[in-house]
Design a protein around this ligand. Structure first.
Ligand code: NOJ
Length: 761
């Protein structure tokens, strides 16, 4: 008996020791994260493992169609059982603390949740929509804005943003162009790095940094006819040379997570694209982070018609390399059976779980699950003055001056101005589509911004309303506008002032997810109103607020001054006033081509030459339209300043470059004005003969330089072999010797050019 009880006590001791040892192993910060992951994984049941791959939207802020399969009580039970690895859309230090506590204290292993949210261009304080912000070409400012957004977000309990969106897009009909950095893979890559750095900082474990997510992997920006969620047809070379570089850059910059995409590519849904996820991302690129599905994108494979049911979809997705199921209830309900039947090997699940756990370890959640749930910090950070200042700074840098005939801008303070237009007093549109936790109607309107700087009341008229009526993130209510009753008042204002500022464009919800447009001119009665105003006063400054490039040929031809301000965020009105009054000299440059008409879509500067390039006058047998110029309205990289810059003396350090060399390209840029200003000097190359057709120009460098009045600066760029390399006809990455052209200028159209030969060593 005694022997037996000694045996019992000894066994108990060892069992306990075992538990303590295990717990200590994964909780011990002194050991490596990989060792801790392995130790924890060894303790997990198959249900707990699959639970880590399950993500639910919690709370009222749904960001997709409502869940169909799970009931609240099932979801609650799963939270208690450690069968939910992450939640999205739950906000607030206290709310997240409560849920974290529930999970950590009730589930067997107490594995903390991650909290995800779409912080695309700010949390409470809004920065410019990403397309707008990219027009700043200012990587430091972009990084600062992302870091500021991370500070607010992390103080509100959220530790994972579904940003940056790094989809290259060439079709302004697609509403989601507002979320990206435009049409260029080189610039898109640099901006992807800046945003990842901004969100994640130098160490994810710090309370003020959050995990970032490169999305949507891949090809989503190429949805056919710009219609959201549509199919994608692209060749391998477009995928490798155009679409993937910003994703690779984000991965190299250490982004913690990737999100896959709703679309298929040539018949293969991205959610089950093992070439993209396993071969490239997790294979060749060595990405160790987590891949989350897009909202129910596993389930949507049934609609795509490549899976019969959620079980088959789950099998395809997990095998292909999708790790976590966002709001789809597919993996949680099917993986166990798939493992038991042998259809999916447990090691595939283990790999996915490791990735989910790795993010949690990196975020420091095992040391302190409540690291991001600090109500005091939340009070201090949310809406802080510091962030407001950052928002104004990046907003004014994002403004692009498209036209300024007769130097109508900056405004002459002695001239009487009037402000007209449906967006002039709008405090909501500037917040943009992904306004996260912003308070509706909280932006500084243009009218407010201008009024702050004026001693008198500025005459104003709305003129007309916008054609899309009451908006929410979820629904659009299209209200045809035919009410012209405000025109008269607006015309009266225009007659009685010297300069009219017309504020026209799109509301926040005319771009964004599910917001594709088939016409991309000024919606509703706005153009008609503009024409009426122009009839009585030619001194019109057109201020555009919109989430995509617009087709504005009449406006560009007639209106003397045009300012593109996008949806600039919380400080929009102040930033625009800074530019209109000359307090800030505009320096933004377009990162997406502006078309002349919607029929030109997709239109982009880095197109191929074709076998019959434009040769006006030569019969009709060349690539063009018979009813519209083949050139865009405003090209990529374009934007004016109150200064004027002159480019001369382009030089290349050598006419031959061997593969180990670095060429130096230099150019003198002169500020030929009496106003100090910044210019984005751009370097493009063209590979003249290659094994596949190559773009007529490709951005390979840029520098934003400030020049005092009449100052000349020599700007230098380096060209190394990597700048000349690409995925060749056989899909391998490398260079091909031969002739290259080099172009330098202030936009992709107006450039000086020279050439050199790339020669073998
Ligand atoms: C769907 C969107 O495509 C994606 O970008 C977003 O992150 C998720 N919904 C979550 O809101």
């Amino acid at each position: 008996m005694k022997k037996f009880s000694v045996w019992i006590s000894a066994s108990l001791f060892f069992i306990l020791l075992g538990c303590v040892k295990h717990n200590t192993a994964f909780e011990n910060k002194e050991t490596s994260i990989e060792y801790r992951i392995d130790s924890l994984l060894a303790l997990m049941t198959i249900d707990e493992k699959i639970g880590q791959l399950n993500q639910y939207s919690v709370g009222p802020n749904m960001t997709g169609p409502g869940n169909k399969t799970g009931t609240d009580s099932i979801r609650y039970a799963r939270l208690l059982n450690g069968q939910v690895g992450s939640v999205l859309n739950l906000l607030g230090a206290e709310e997240t603390h409560k849920l974290q506590k529930l999970v950590v204290e009730n589930s067997r292993l107490g594995i903390p949740l991650t909290f995800g949210f779409d912080v695309i261009h700010g949390y409470r304080i809004m920065y410019p929509i990403p397309l707008g912000e990219s027009s700043s070409w200012d990587l430091d400012a972009i990084e600062r804005a992302a870091a500021a957004a991370a500070r607010e977000t992390s103080a509100a309990g959220v530790n994972w943003t579904f940003a940056p969106m790094v989809d290259i897009s060439r079709d302004a009909r697609w509403g989601r162009v507002m979320e990206g950095a435009g049409e260029d893979p080189f610039l898109g890559s640099r901006i992807a790095e800046a945003r990842v750095k901004g969100f994640q900082g130098s160490n994810l474990e710090y309370a003020e940094t959050i995990a970032a997510c490169a999305k949507h992997f891949a090809g989503y920006g190429f949805v056919e006819s710009g219609k959201d969620y549509n199919n994608v047809y692209i060749g391998k070379s477009t995928l490798l040379n155009t679409i993937l570089p910003p994703f690779k850059a984000a991965s190299d910059a250490g982004v913690a997570t990737f999100m896959n995409a709703f679309n298929d590519i040539d018949g293969v849904p991205s959610t089950a694209n093992s070439y993209l996820l396993r071969d490239l991302l997790k294979g060749e690129w060595g990405f160790k982070g987590l891949v989350v599905s897009d909202w129910n994108s596993i389930g949507e494979m049934v609609n795509h018609g490549t899976a019969e049911d959620l079980k088959e979809a789950s099998e395809q997705a997990i095998k292909a390399g999708t790790d976590m199921d966002m709001e789809g209830d597919a993996l949680i309900n099917n993986l166990k059976q798939l493992v038991e039947s042998g259809a999916v090997e447990e090691k595939v699940i283990d790999d996915a779980v490791r990735r989910a756990l790795r993010v949690k370890f990196e975020l420091g959640l095992f040391e302190n699950p409540y690291l991001y749930c600090d109500p005091d910090r939340e009070k201090q950070e949310i809406g802080s003055q510091k962030n407001i200042e950052i928002a104004r700074d990046v907003a004014r840098k994002s403004i692009v001056l498209l036209k300024n005939d007769g130097k109508l801008l900056p405004l002459n303070p002695n001239k009487k101005i009037g402000i007209i237009g449906p967006l002039a007093k709008d405090k909501d549109a500037p917040l943009g589509n992904w306004r996260a936790a912003a308070v509706a109607g909280s932006a500084v309107s243009l009218y407010e911004g201008m009024s702050t700087l004026s001693n008198t009341t500025i005459p104003y008229a709305q003129g007309c309303k916008l054609s899309i009526g009451p908006n929410t993130f979820f629904q659009e209510v299209v209200v045809e506008q035919n009410d012209r009753s405000g025109f008269e008042e607006a015309i009266e204002v225009a007659k009685n002032v010297e300069v009219v500022i017309m504020v026209l464009g799109e509301t926040a919800y005319m771009s964004g997810e599910g917001r594709s447009r088939s016409e991309i001119g000024l919606p509703g009665l706005q153009l008609e109103l503009l024409k009426k105003i122009f009839d009585v006063n030619k001194n019109v400054v057109l201020v555009l607020m919109n989430g995509r490039p617009l087709a504005i040929p009449w406006e560009a031809e007639h209106i003397p001054a045009i300012v593109e301000t996008w949806h600039l965020g919380s400080e929009a009105g102040n930033a625009i006033a800074d530019v209109l009054t000359g307090e800030y000299n505009p320096s933004g440059k377009l990162t997406m081509t502006f078309p002349r008409s919607v029929g030109q879509m997709p239109i982009y500067y880095n197109h191929k030459n074709t076998g019959r390039p434009p040769s006006p006058g030569a019969q009709v047998f060349y690539t063009h339209y018979i009813d519209v110029d083949y050139n865009p309205l405003f090209p990529f990289g374009y934007g004016l300043s109150y200064s004027s810059f002159d480019y001369k003396n382009l030089q290349i350090s050598n006419e031959n470059m061997s593969t180990n060399d670095t060429l130096i390209v230099s150019i003198d840029v002169e500020n030929k004005s009496e106003t100090g200003g910044e210019e984005v000097v751009q370097l493009y190359i063209r590979d003249m003969v290659a094994s596949i057709t190559r773009p007529v120009k490709e951005l390979r460098g840029f520098e934003k330089v400030y020049m005092e009045p009449n100052e000349v600066k020599t700007v230098q760029f380096k060209i190394a072999i990597d700048d000349l390399s690409f995925y060749r006809a056989n899909n391998t990455y490398g260079y091909e010797p031969g002739k290259f052209k080099v172009f330098v200028g202030g936009n992709s159209r107006d450039v000086l050019e020279d050439e050199f030969m790339l020669v073998e060593d």
